[in-house]
Design a protein around this ligand. Sequence first.
Ligand code: ASP
Length: 317
Amino acid sequence: MKLDHVLKSQQFSKQQLEKLFRRADKLERQFNSPHRRKLKNSLNGKLLFNVFYEPSTRTRMSFAAAAHHLGMNVVETENAKLFSSAIKGESLEDTVRVLNSYLPDVIVIRHHLDGEIEETAKISSCPIINAGDGQGQHPTQALLDLYTIWKEIGRLADIRVMICGDLAHGRTVRSLVYLLSKFANIEFVFFTPETPDIPGFFRMKQDLKEHLDENEIKYTEISSGFDEALPQCDVVYITRMQLERFEGQSVDYGSSSYAIDASRISRMKDSAILMHPLPRNTEIHTEVDTDPRSVYFKQAGYGMFVRMALLQFVLGR
Ligand code: ASP
């Protein structure tokens, strides 16, 4: 399977997702076998540029680790907003044009402006992977989220997923909803805290809800009744308040209204899973980390294998 740019969740077909997940699973097994070193031959000598304008721990490091395990070379810049020519006024398009002339095989970009990476991909002569664009999308996070559900629940259809937190400013939830909505009998519950001063401040944006309506996918939006909803769900996906995205706006929010502690996790089904794209703040208490339903660290670990599979597909292997 050959992929070109990876820009948004909608671009993936169910068939492609299945192939990708089977490959990631195979890579994980190979990685944990005596044949691990053979993986180095897979993309040996290929070059990846990791260009990050916004902070990252998991995405940047797991792309770099994935590339190294496959024998690639990695050249990267973090904080490109300050330490690249962006600070001198260079556009992303000009930067990518120049980077193209150094002949990388793939460029992974995280940028602060929604849609900027997709626009720039149009002029790039090598594949571009969107590693998060502002409040737009984070497709590779959604791929690893879906892979986690596939691995931990064993199916991608017939599930009720509750997504909680700051759904207006978070990009991971947007990409995840687009991806999950490709499967049969998916039902969403969107929980956002009450914000009496700015009503609906954290609610899922209209474009996503229109997408769900058009595709006749069931969803409900709630701001109370969280404890009652917990036992009804197969996946509980928690997110943090994206404070850096609404700096200066005074919003009285209560992430404690959906914070998961020992008593709340005990309300979840035994077969359910608790996910989080990370980083977490106070919305998942550390006391639940050892509960078998808490899969958020495993989820982060799966990210490396999904990104290895993705690099192989993007580079035609
Ligand atoms: N790490 C994820 C992202 O880059 C989630 C978050 O920051 O809350 O979007």
